[in-house]
Structure formats: C-alpha cells, structure tokens
Design a protein. Structure first.
Length: 205
C-alpha cells in the first residue's frame, strides 16, 4: 500500500466496501456473497427481486444520485459496510472517505446479452448496437482501471465473474483476504448459484 493510502487510512478511518462493475456484471451476486459471509450491507430494498435478478438487487437508491450532486450523507454510514456502486459512478464518490473496491470483470459480450434480455422483458430496446457498446465499454473500463490504480481513495481487487462461478470458494477466500476480515467463506461460496449464469460467452478472449 502506498504511503498516501496509509495516511488516508489514519486520517479518514475505516473504508467503505464498494462492489462495482458494469451493469449486469455480477455485482448483485457478489453483494449476496458478502452478506452470507458476514459483511453488513447498506441497502434499502426498494428495488425488489424479479426475473432478471431472482435473488435480489441489493441496491441503495441514493447511490444513483451522486453524479448529480445528490445527498451524500449515506457515505459516512457506509464505513465498514458493503454498498453497490456501478463503475460509471465511482469517480463521483466523495474524496473524504476511503474505499475498498471489489470490481467485477465479466466478458462484455455476456454483459451485453444480459442487458438485451432485460430490456426485452421491459419492452424496451437500445439505440446503440452491440459493437458500438462494446467499444464504449472497453474505453470506459480502461479509464476505470486507471482510476482505481492511481487514485488514493481506492484500493481495489478485480474479480472475474467466470472465476466466481467455477471456483466460488477460492474467490471467496481472495475477497476475505482483501478485506482483512474473518468471513465465512463456505457460506459465501454457497451463495453462488451457477444456474443464474445464463448469458455465457461462446468463446473467451
């Protein structure tokens, strides 16, 4: 850990645990794992389970307001807890806190397939084709990885969605070690439902 991050830890206290990634990248699954392992969550239950996320979304609606300068009082209460923040909003998290970010990496083709199905169920469609969206997401992810590596607010662990599905206990152990907590990794692993891996890439790059 860099000196600036050590100083921030002493100055700003315990970090907020942030679960992040692209929309439909597995962040709800990871929140469920943390909950099972013993990490308190900051959620409001407003967005309830549905066909797209049968086990629930584990979201806090106030998070969606941070880009527009909304109420940020919830961040202080998130210290030591896990909260879901999509990758597009990470840069807007206030600088007066520390964040330990668990970042879900999922094949972009799988993310796009999942997003298409969600829109179809809602009777909606995207105005941008998949090829263009893949380009935009690639650029966005490159920017986010630079942010997580360089910004002293963040300490990050990248977790591959496919690895969580195929080796849930191993990835649960990685997450527990990253957070520095004695979590119940067996329960975390048991919270992973491979049946919900419904949009697999036909080939991995």
């Amino acid at each position: 850990m860099s000196l600036s991050r050590v100083i921030r830890r002493f100055r700003f206290g315990a970090p907020v645990i942030v679960v992040s990634g692209l929309p439909r990248s597995g962040t709800s699954m990871l929140m469920r794992m943390l909950d099972a392992g013993g990490v308190p969550l900051l959620v409001d239950g407003i967005r309830t389970a549905d066909e797209d996320n049968p086990a629930g979304y584990f979201e806090l609606e106030q998070v969606k307001e941070i880009e527009g300068g909304g109420d940020l009082s919830w961040v202080a209460s998130a210290r030591g807890k896990a909260v879901k923040v999509i990758s597009m909003l990470l840069e807007h998290l206030p600088a007066r806190f520390n964040y330990r970010v668990i970042f879900l990496d999922r094949e972009i083709s799988e993310v796009l397939a999942s997003q298409r199905k969600m829109l179809a169920r809602r009777g909606e469609s995207s105005t941008t084709n998949d090829e263009r969206m893949a380009e935009l997401y690639t650029v966005h992810l490159r920017k986010v990885r630079r942010l997580l590596a360089a910004d002293p607010r963040f300490t990050a662990l990248e977790v591959a969605y496919a690895d969580v599905i195929t080796n849930p206990r191993g990835q649960a152990g990685r997450i527990a070690a990253f957070l520095g907590r004695a979590l119940d990794v067996d329960r975390m692993a048991a919270a992973v439902d491979p049946a919900l891996y419904r949009n697999r890439a036909t080939a991995r790059s």
